[in-house]
Design a protein around this ligand. Structure first.
Ligand code: ZN
Length: 213
């Protein structure tokens, strides 16, 4: 779903392209909204953070994948454009989060991930703090540059164009993290309860002090 300032935000983001050929205009609305917001909120990001890769059309993904499969010189590992990432709300996401999903009015569609790069002093920890404040999250382990506002489970915590924010609410994504934590706590608690039971049984088996006297 787009929002009134979507085109204006895309125009604004164009200036932060690293080399100039990044397909900023393919960014899905929530990602464009949150990234524009992050830039507007931080002079340091404006000065030093650049958009390295917004995304690519399906045709471009096919080209990259064919080159990779045929081990052509200069081609890196690329996702199969037909690989199914997952399904949400009746919509199937394929290929790569960087591949346009055929879901926009133009028929090309939106991309759901952006790769960022920074120059000079800024470190990723500081960048991540600033981006997270606008709802942009790292979603791929060991790829500190890769950011999304949405995953297969829905929007990640953060602000929305209508002025609402999920900052204080549990999203499915967060619940998943908490589930992991709950399991860990449960296992820890079970272990402690077992130990208490053992101790209680030991105590029962031991005549209370004074009885033998
Ligand atoms: Zn990426």
């Amino acid at each position: 779903m787009t929002y009134p300032d979507y085109e204006a935000d895309l125009d604004y983001l164009e200036q932060f392209r690293d080399d100039g050929d990044e397909a900023v205009r393919l960014l899905e609305p929530l990602l464009a909204f949150r990234l524009s917001r992050a830039y507007r909120a931080s002079r340091r990001l404006r000065e030093q953070l650049r958009i390295e890769s917004a995304g690519r059309t399906r045709d471009a993904q096919v080209y990259l994948y064919e080159g990779y499969k045929e081990k052509r010189a200069g081609f890196n590992m690329a996702a199969n454009p037909d690989r199914i990432i997952g399904t949400r709300g009746g919509k199937t996401f394929r290929g790569s989060w960087h591949m346009a999903q055929g879901d926009a009015p133009d028929g090309v569609g939106y991309v759901y991930a952006v790769d960022l790069t920074h120059h000079g002093r800024l470190d990723w920890g500081d960048v991540h703090d600033r981006l997270r404040a606008s709802g942009l999250h790292e979603t791929v382990p060991n790829e500190p540059w890769h950011h999304q506002a949405t995953t297969i489970r829905g929007p990640l915590p953060g602000p929305f164009p209508d002025g609402t924010t999920t900052e204080d609410e549990l999203t499915p994504e967060m619940e998943e993290r908490f589930d992991g934590l709950a399991t860990w706590v449960f296992n820890g608690t079970t272990m402690i309860l077992k130990r208490i039971e053992e101790l209680a049984m030991q105590l029962e088996g031991t005549p209370p002090k004074g009885d033998n006297e």
